[in-house]
Design a protein around this ligand. Structure first.
Ligand code: AKB
Length: 319
């Protein structure tokens, strides 16, 4: 049985992943690690152990790892891309300093570590269409710089110290549960909220801005499956391209209109987000993940849209 610590467990991915891990490995075996300004509530707090874990405090990570006999750490502490541009020093302290602290605790205590990377680890000189697994990674953002550094540092700890580090490059993640905060891909979540509330959506990115996106259930499954994968099959570790769908604002808007006929969108461009999105791939080639650990997405744009609309209507009590 695994004993897991999730760092950043109350964030966009963490709040859902912690509950999924508790469902698989047992409520008592998955520690919700949080910072006091983002304390857990409801089921996340009540269904299992919770501890204050500030990733910038190595002593605190080590104490919780020892107290709960942790053998696997899911490190989800990060600032998303647009917020990171506003606070680059903090983005580095959390993304790189925090990862270093986590890897050191993992090395000393024999833990495996999952740390997500992102499509943000690529930059404007990366091939944009069907971006290969191994290619140019010269990101234009501090977010991307922390992600590439994280990939390299994690691979170094695997090779040099035998720490079982594994990771995936997440596309933009879409969920009806926890709203994202400060990402470049977040428009693809916000658009569904506008659609169910009957509001006109103001799109911050221009038509033709393609990016990879993924429905949260697929992303959570990827995080579990890569950590469960047979290590003898893994040629890569940090990090695997994973993909399920790629679209631009027009495509997602038209898909929503199939189910919400009166839905309207207008463009109100955000230059920072547009600049970041233009530097990121249009679509990823995830064949290595498919070959090395049988990665396969379940949702496409149509099935995700239907599920998002049903669940957001339930959430807001809209008929
Ligand atoms: C962001 O937009 O910053 C994230 C990401 C793709 O890593 N959703």
């Amino acid at each position: 049985m695994k004993n897991i610590l999730v760092i950043g467990a109350t964030g966009q991915i963490g709040s859902e992943l912690t509950m999924k891990l508790r469902g698989i490995y047992g409520d008592g075996n998955v520690v919700c690690g949080y910072i006091p300004s983002a304390a857990p509530k409801g089921a996340l707090l009540e269904s299992g152990p919770a501890e204050v874990v500030d990733i910038t405090n190595p002593g605190q990570i080590a104490e919780v790892v020892k107290k709960h006999n942790v053998d696997s750490i899911y490190n989800l502490a990060a600032l998303l891309s647009a917020v990171a541009e506003a606070k680059p020093q903090l983005a580095w302290a959390i993304g790189v300093g925090g990862l270093y602290n986590t890897l050191e605790v993992a090395r000393e205590n024999g833990c495996g570590v999952f740390t997500p990377s992102s499509i943000g680890s690529f930059g404007s000189t990366t091939p944009h269409v069907k971006t290969p697994q191994d290619t140019i990674q010269r990101p234009d953002t501090i977010y991307g710089v922390t992600k590439v550094t994280g990939e390299l540092l994690s691979d170094y700890y695997a090779k040099r110290f035998g720490v079982d580090t594994r990771s995936v490059r997440f596309p933009g993640l879409i969920s009806y549960t926890t709203p994202p905060g400060g990402g470049t891909t977040d428009y693809a979540v916000d658009i569904y909220y506008s659609a169910v509330k009957g509001e006109k959506f103001k799109c911050p990115l221009k038509p033709g801005t393609y990016m990879d996106m993924m429905y949260m259930p697929d992303a959570l499954r990827a995080a579990v499956e890569i950590m469960e994968a047979d290590p003898s099959r893994l040629v890569h570790r940090n990090s695997f391209n994973i993909a399920s769908m790629s679209f631009d604002p027009e495509i997602i808007c038209n898909k929503i209109k199939e189910y919400v006929p009166g839905f309207e969108m207008e463009y109100e461009l955000d230059p920072l987000r547009q600049h970041i999105a233009d530097s990121w791939p249009d679509s990823l080639d995830d064949s290595c993940a498919r070959e090395e650990w049988d990665w396969k997405p379940e949702y496409d744009l149509d099935t995700m849209t239907q599920d998002m609309l049903v669940n957001l209507r339930k959430k807001f009590n809209i008929e």
